[in-house]
Design a protein around this ligand. Structure first.
Ligand code: AMP
Ligand code: MG
Length: 404
């Protein structure tokens, strides 16, 4: 049966970035740049002072001890000032260095009195000067297409005056729940009914990565109902279904998708939870058929759908690497099946300490609510003792820190 890593690769191979659009920089955080950004000018644009202090020419005979002060350059002063030989010029951080100057002595190392400045120690040549283009040279590639726009990238774009930026379109992903037992939250819960929680969980998971969920509601366990709603799902950039993909006689999702012309890439993966997952495509549209069990739905989304949706939205970096953690308790496992464990994480001395977040049966959602991460145990793994090193994915960025 297909291994987790192979399933993920297959899925990614079938996903290509959607088209671009232009948006205002002020709304571009967490979007993905769609064109390479080259610098239109040098950064900094001129040599300038890194400190409040005195600009001087290091080779001047007086520079080792004391110089007359002539002139003052505030931040924002126009470039083009000239330093007269044998003088120093008072200069503020960021102000362009006057022509002829090559060194700055900070205020803290200088004493100004009666129009002269004395230096506490001989200045170091070239000290406290930011050179033109030392950050970026005009024409250089500064942000490649496919980069996530985080605050640092937004700042860089702003520093080059790019107030309108080309980004990849957000993916519009249809979400369809299936099953006669489902009612929408808020509807009367008669006996044997359960709430369609997956649609909400999946919509949230999509929103979290910047995609736009399109909620299609619930397909009932008839061919007609599936046909109607699945057809709608094939009109947007991608489709996620939950439930109805096992081998029950009411499990219609795959059959109806095939009837609608979709091509099946795989069905079933060697992971638990999540084994019955199927992946199909219709033209360029990926179709993710996830198991119905809420824990399996979210774990397969996290591990297999998320990288694909990130790729649709143009991200170059779509894989979350495994990090290593140390088991605080033994884990029982039979070799032969891959498994994701829901775990709590704590950090001590820079290492992740891993303990299970509770009952690992697929039906227990509470264990996922408590989880900080997912440990991946490959098919060949067997029982592991406390202290064993395991691979894991973080489910958030922050974890509990233990004092040393
Ligand atoms: P199935 O894949 O149809 O056998 O469903 C597996 C389990 O997931 C059953 O217990 C379903 O009731 C449950 N389930 C299916 N769809 C949903 C949903 N949309 N929200 C919450 N639970 C669901
Ligand atoms: Mg069902």
């Amino acid at each position: 049966m297909l291994r987790f890593e192979d399933a993920r690769r297959l899925i990614l191979n079938h996903c290509r970035p959607l088209g671009p659009e232009r948006i205002s920089l002020s709304t571009a955080c967490n979007r993905v740049l769609a064109e390479d950004m080259h610098a239109p000018w040098d950064l900094p644009r001129w040599d300038n002072s890194a400190m409040d202090g005195f600009a001087l020419r290091h080779a001047d005979p007086g520079a080792a001890a004391s110089l007359p002060v002539e002139g003052y350059l505030a931040a924002g002063a126009l470039p083009g000032a000239v330093l007269a030989p044998g003088t120093a010029m008072k200069i503020m951080t960021g102000a362009p260095l006057p022509k002829g100057a090559d060194t700055v002595v900070p205020m803290e190392e200088a004493h100004e009195e009666a129009g002269r400045v004395r230096f506490a120690k001989p200045p170091t040549p070239g000290a406290h000067v930011r050179r033109q283009a030392e950050d970026v040279r005009a024409g250089e590639l500064v942000i490649p297409a496919g980069s996530l726009l985080r605050p640092a990238e937004i700042g860089m774009l702003a520093s080059f005056g790019k107030i309108v930026v080309p980004v990849y379109r957000r993916a519009r992903i249809a979400v369809l729940s299936t099953g006669d037992e489902l009612v929408e939250p808020g509807e009367p819960l008669s006996e044997a009914r359960i709430v369609n929680s997956n649609a909400y969980a999946l919509a949230a998971a999509l929103q979290e990565i910047g995609a736009e969920p399109i909620l299609l509601g619930i397909a009932r366990d008839t061919r007609e109902s599936h046909l109607d709603l699945l057809r709608q799902g094939l009109e947007v950039d991608g489709l996620i279904t939950s439930a109805g993909i096992s081998t029950g006689d009411r499990d219609l999702v795959r059959d109806v998708l095939l009837e609608l012309g979709a091509e099946e890439i795989f069905w079933k993966i060697d992971i638990k939870p999540g084994r019955p997952m199927a992946f199909l495509r219709s033209g360029f549209r990926p179709i993710f058929c996830l198991p119905g069990n809420p824990v399996a739905t979210l774990i397969t989304f996290e591990e297999l759908v998320k990288p694909a949706v990130l790729r649709l939205m143009g991200h170059r970096k779509v894989i979350q690497p495994f990090v290593q953690g140390i088991l605080e308790e033994p884990v029982r496992k039979k070799p032969g099946r891959g498994q994701f464990l829901r775990v709590r994480l704590r950090v001590r001395d820079g290492r992740f300490l891993v303990s299970t977040s509770g009952d690992q049966q697929t039906g227990i959602l509470r264990t996922l609510v408590r989880a900080d991460g997912l440990v991946y145990l490959p098919p060949e793994a067997a029982d592991l003792p406390a202290g064993a090193v395991v691979d894991l994915h973080l489910l958030g960025r922050q974890v509990e820190m233990l004092e040393e």
